[in-house]
Write a protein that binds this ligand. Structure first.
Ligand code: SAM
Ligand code: SF4
Length: 456
């Protein structure tokens, strides 16, 4: 990786986990309007159903956290929250065509494994009573290893889970202490081995670089330790420091944060170690073993992604979000629930649905989303193919995304991108700055400039 090139393009820009980005969502969206969108989604592709369940509780708050969560609550509050989610599942199911099948359920948060797992079983039962699952449906939970016992892994397997992502962040307990994070209850390698024995696949570890106390050398050790654990997947996230949004992050400043050059070296060292160990780089910061579904999908150019992360085109459905702050990602719209859980519970108890913000996509925006997804996930975008998906011509797609070869010239000169006929190809080095490339296909970009963080 050429560091100079990387630095040149390390500018702020959207991460494109949605298109248009969440900064475009508008408030005041009603339950009736959400019902219209759910009913409409039955006619749209993909037919599969993906569900996202958000659990906004953590026993202890890590000072680096950028997620939508709060410190764990009394049992009666958690009970009310779980009841609200079950009510929301019942309400939404009234409008979903029952012949549609579930291809994916993802639990995130917060820390979903910190609540009593009997609640998780209840919510899973609410889904399975109402829907049929595809045989190869992915059922995943983001788990914090401080609250994970071997018996919990058994319970999750019995409840239908087949994927787990473990938030390791850093193996060094001194670093975890600096950021107020509880260390793992059991050695990570034993947990991962046990999950493999129990039949879990696509087991992932999350690492963060850029935390106080970390150095390029310490991060090398971290990644080496992660490779020894041999997860199927691994993510190395750049710590996003946004103290104006997340006040607790301010505390980290007194310990001193690694600078951009150090962070870049951490990323580069991590990337080199992982790829030398046989991991395939997926997008900007994800890695997967060569025989993992994600690597196979990348090879076949059928990789996809949503707010929950990467998936294959086959397993990705339209996403219906449950719980506070969760986002439904339908073909024609994005709908986000009320962000705070007390308000979410109250509104669900009254009316069964609790949307707040939304964005309805015009057809041109659906086209741009498809173009950007192909660039970001598969590094190859064929105007002809996208055109045929939308029953129109390659030229029409170019017109929608305001394509011009000049906009890509700098990337071409730096050997990051090539244009071949109607195809745009992103080279491996280009993936490190892929959102900058995606930005050249975004006609709405001008409106939100200055609202995003840098790549690293
Ligand atoms: C919901 S948490 C995962 C589950 C569990 N709460 C945990 O921490 O292990 C999602 C992931 O977001 C990442 N994350 C959280 N705050 C971040 C930040 N400020 N910058 C970059 N990544 C962050 C962490 O790697 C974390 O594992
Ligand atoms: S990083 Fe995970 S455990 Fe820590 S506060 Fe955020 S959501 Fe909770």
């Amino acid at each position: 990786m050429n560091l100079e090139i990387f630095k040149k393009y390390n500018k702020p820009g959207p991460r494109y986990t949605s298109y248009p980005p969440a900064t475009f969502f508008q408030g005041g969206f009603t339950a009736d309007a959400y019902i219209v969108q759910i009913e409409r989604s039955n006619q749209d592709e993909p037919q599969n159903l993906s569900f996202y369940v958000h659990i906004p509780f953590c026993p202890r708050l890590c000072h680096f956290c950028g997620c939508n969560t709060g410190v764990s609550q009394k049992e009666e509050v958690i009970r009310r929250y779980v009841d609200a989610i079950i009510k929301e599942i019942k309400t939404v199911s009234q409008y979903i065509d029952p012949s549609r099948k579930v291809s994916q359920i993802h639990w995130g948060g917060g820390t979903p494994n910190s609540i009593d797992l009997s609640y998780v079983e209840e919510i899973m039962a609410a889904f399975s009573e109402r829907y049929e699952f595809l045989d190869d449906a992915e059922v995943a939970m983001e788990c914090h290893p401080a609250y994970l016992d071997f018996a919990d892994i058994d319970k999750l397997a019995n409840a239908g889970f087949n994927r787990i992502s473990l938030g390791v962040q850093d193996f060094d307990s001194k670093i975890l202490k600096l950021v107020n994070r509880a260390p793992s209850k059991h050695p990570i390698d034993e947990l991962v081995r046990y999950m493999h024995e129990k039949g879990f696949r696509g087991i992932n570890l999350d690492l963060i670089y850029g935390l106080p106390g970390q150095t390029p050398e310490s991060f090398v050790k971290n990644v080496e330790q992660a490779i020894e654990v041999s997860p199927d997947r691994l993510a190395t996230f750049s710590y996003a420091h946004v103290p104006w949004v997340k006040a607790a992050q301010k505390i980290l400043e007194k310990h001193g944060l690694p600078g951009p050059d150090e962070k870049l070296r951490m990323f580069q060292n991590g990337h080199n170690l992982l790829t030398e160990a046989g991991y395939v780089a997926i997008g900007m910061d994800h890695y997967a073993k060569a025989d993992d579904d994600l690597s196979i999908a990348l090879k076949n150019k059928t990789l996809h992604r949503n707010f929950q992360g990467y998936a294959t085109r086959k397993t990705t459905g339209q996403v219906y979000g449950f719980g506070s702050s969760s986002i439904s990602q339908l073909w024609g719209s994005y709908v986000q629930n009320i962000k705070t859980y007390p308000e979410y519970i109250e509104v669900i108890e009254k009316q069964g649905l609790a949307p707040d913000k939304a964005y309805i996509l015009k057809q041109d925006e659906q086209i741009t989303r498809e173009v950007i997804t192909e660039i970001m996930c598969n590094g190859e975008m064929d105007f002809e193919n996208v055109g045929s998906r939308f029953k129109t011509s390659a030229d029409q797609i170019k017109e929608v995304v305001k394509f011009s070869a000049e906009k890509l010239q700098e990337f071409i000169d730096d050997n990051l991108v090539a244009i071949k006929g109607n195809k745009v190809e992103v080279f491996r080095e280009g993936f490190f700055i892929v959102r900058n490339i995606a930005m050249t296909f975004d006609p709405l970009l001008k409106e939100t400039e200055g609202m995003y963080s840098k790549t690293i």
